[in-house]
Design a binder for this molecule. Structure first.
Ligand code: B12
Ligand code: SF4
Length: 503
């Protein structure tokens, strides 16, 4: 019996539906929503050829769905929602800044008779808001409640709220990679090796959603999945050897598409698990990159293993250059005094450093933007993102800024880290808006790109140069006043005063 047949019949047995029953004609849309604006979707890199990734949860939920249902995966950043196609059930996931558009899609599908279920980080934080536009809301991880939802749906008795538990990652389903439209995404593969994070930065939604307890996926399951996806490395031809010798040893890996993006928010939460996974990557003979917290750089043997395992880059949340600000955001692994040295140690191993910074913390003045740009250029970060501090619902930061009456925008579209939504302490919202953009302009100016990527000694310029040119284009979008008008502070001041009594 094939896996798919087994999925089909076990579901029928459990739900008591006989073969040929009415569910055979049920179409389910699994939708990853976006901002609703094509131009805004292009900003921050999510449509760049080397950095566009699919929402893996769509492919995971698809693999848990019995074949009895016809499923369609829709990534709205790349394709329109197919309205009017007789869809019986739609599951929509989106980030906070996607929510106005998520609600629009949900309302429209419901008006066509589709049952709509919403889920994700924002819905978990504010389920009652979501339920104004949906039949049901999923709080937490969808894998643990999907079977129950399908049962309830087939009996016509969907509940309002489904509380997803922490998924046991040893039972994480393999993704239905076959359903992901390859044309939309970067040429490599993606994987999730863990969930949860013990750090607890005040601005981050991961703890509220995935929890404080780190859960690692068994290395052997990852090995099996990667071996199935990549297979053994093909024999090297003469011209591939030539390219490897005269250009860069990575080039054949790119030609063979042996490139992996590890989507975990913090790949090294548990060092022993991370080591086991690195050994798997090494055995699979691939190139990979992913996100990790700063403490990784203190362990020389870990850095060596990263290099041996084929790591081409690591995305690190530096967040701030001031230790006082770091302490205020509770990002305990970070030591600002060690930043420069850590970057150097990664570079020595030919590992690129993709740094993220957040601006708008209480201690920061308008001087912060130039400092970050100078730091990124001086230390030759391969990429650097400067994002505006945003009080996302479900985070301690939201509670803090909300209780101080400083939030002036309740339009969720503004919660994209490119817009100012609250009154900062030591600068105006306009200064924060333009200051963040000035950092992007300096970092991605030709001079900035040249100094960071092309001056010797360089780290994998064949990869980082095209990525940077992509971000240069993104910078133009992010700085466009038409796409991101600066905040109207006077009106905002009045509305904050009226609503809260605070200035
Ligand atoms: C990798 C990543 C990226 C990648 C791209 C990921 C992608 N394909 O979209 C990049 C680097 C491009 C990126 C960019 C951004 N990101 Co990001 N990213 C992540 C990260 C680290 C992992 C995402 C992931 O795959 N998670 C694992 C999967 C399994 O989780 P999931 O998709 O949420 O699915 C689960 C649930 O949603 C739930 N579920 C419930 N109901 C439903 C219904 C359906 C239909 C489905 C499918 C699932 C589902 O079940 C799923 C499985 O349990 C997360 C943090 C994290 N650990 O999740 C941040 C995170 C999602 N990013 C975040 C943000 C803010 C951004 C940016 C806005 C930052 C910026 N301005 O640059 C952009 C926006 C990009 C966009 N899509 O518009 C925030 C979102 C917070 C929020 N409340 O909205 C997160 C949570 C990090 C944080 N700081 O809190 N990101
Ligand atoms: S280390 Fe990263 S994933 Fe963990 S809480 Fe901080 S920002 Fe979130």
């Amino acid at each position: 019996m094939k896996d798919s047949d087994r999925r089909h019949s076990s579901y029928q047995e459990k739900s008591g539906i006989l073969s040929g029953g009415s569910l055979d004609y049920t179409t389910i849309f699994l939708i990853a929503a976006s901002t609703g604006s094509k131009a805004r979707n292009k900003a921050f890199g999510i449509r760049l050829p080397l950095l566009g990734y699919p929402a893996i949860s769509l492919a995971m939920i698809a693999s848990l769905t019995p074949d009895l249902f016809t499923i369609r995966l829709i990534d709205e950043a790349h394709e329109p929602i197919p309205y009017g196609r007789d869809c019986q059930l739609a599951l929509i996931v989106g980030l906070t800044h996607h929510m106005p558009n998520v609600y629009y899609i949900a309302d429209r599908l419901r008006s066509e008779g589709t049952k709509v279920i919403l889920g994700g980080f924002h819905v978990t934080a504010l389920p009652d808001e979501a339920l104004e536009h949906a039949d049901s809301a999923i709080l937490g991880e969808a894998e643990t409640v999907w079977e129950e939802i399908l049962d309830d749906f087939s009996r016509g008795s969907l509940k309002k709220k489904y509380i997803g538990q922490a998924t046991d990652l040893s039972h994480l389903p393999d993704m239905r990679r076959d359903l992901l439209n390859r044309k939309f995404y970067h040429p490599g593969e993606i994987i999730e090796t863990s969930r949860g994070c013990a750090v607890g930065c005040i601005f981050c939604g991961v703890q509220n959603f995935f929890g404080r307890r780190y859960r690692g996926r068994p290395p052997e399951a990852i090995r099996k999945e990667l071996m199935a996806v990549f297979g053994p490395r093909p024999p090297q031809t003469k011209w591939k050897n030539w390219l490897a010798q005269h250009w860069h040893p990575d080039i054949p890996y790119f030609i063979e598409r042996r490139l992996l993006y590890v989507m975990d928010s913090n790949f090294v939460s548990d060092f022993s698990h991370a080591r086991a996974i690195l050994q798997v990557f090494k055995d699979c003979d691939i190139r990979w990159y992913g996100h990790a917290s700063f403490n990784l750089t203190r362990d020389e043997s870990m850095l060596d293993l990263m290099a041996e395992s084929g790591c081409i880059g690591v995305n690190i949340g530096f967040e701030s250059l001031s230790q006082k600000t770091i302490d205020s955001m509770r990002k305990f692994p970070n030591r600002t005094a060690e930043y420069a040295d850590s970057i150097r140690r990664l570079h020595e191993r030919d590992i690129g450093v993709m740094g993220t910074f957040i601006v708008g913390f209480d201690e920061e003045t308008p001087a912060v933007f130039d400092r970050i740009a100078e730091f990124a250029i001086e230390n030759r970060l391969e990429t650097a993102f400067t994002l505006i501090l945003t009080p996302l619902p479900g985070t301690p930061l939201y509670d803090q800024i909300e209780s101080q009456g400083r939030i002036f925008s309740r339009n969720w579209s503004d919660y994209d880290h490119g817009s100012v939504t609250f009154f900062p302490h030591k600068m105006t919202p306009e200064q924060l808006h333009w200051g963040m953009r000035s950092a992007w302009r300096k970092i991605y100016a030709w001079r900035g790109i040249w100094k960071r990527i092309m001056e010797k000694p360089r780290v994998r310029p064949f990869f980082y140069l095209p990525v940077n040119i992509g971000f240069l284009r993104c910078t133009r979008l992010i700085c466009s006043e038409k796409l991101w008008p600066p905040p109207k502070t006077e009106e905002a001041h009045i509305s904050v005063k009226e609503n809260t009594g605070h200035a």
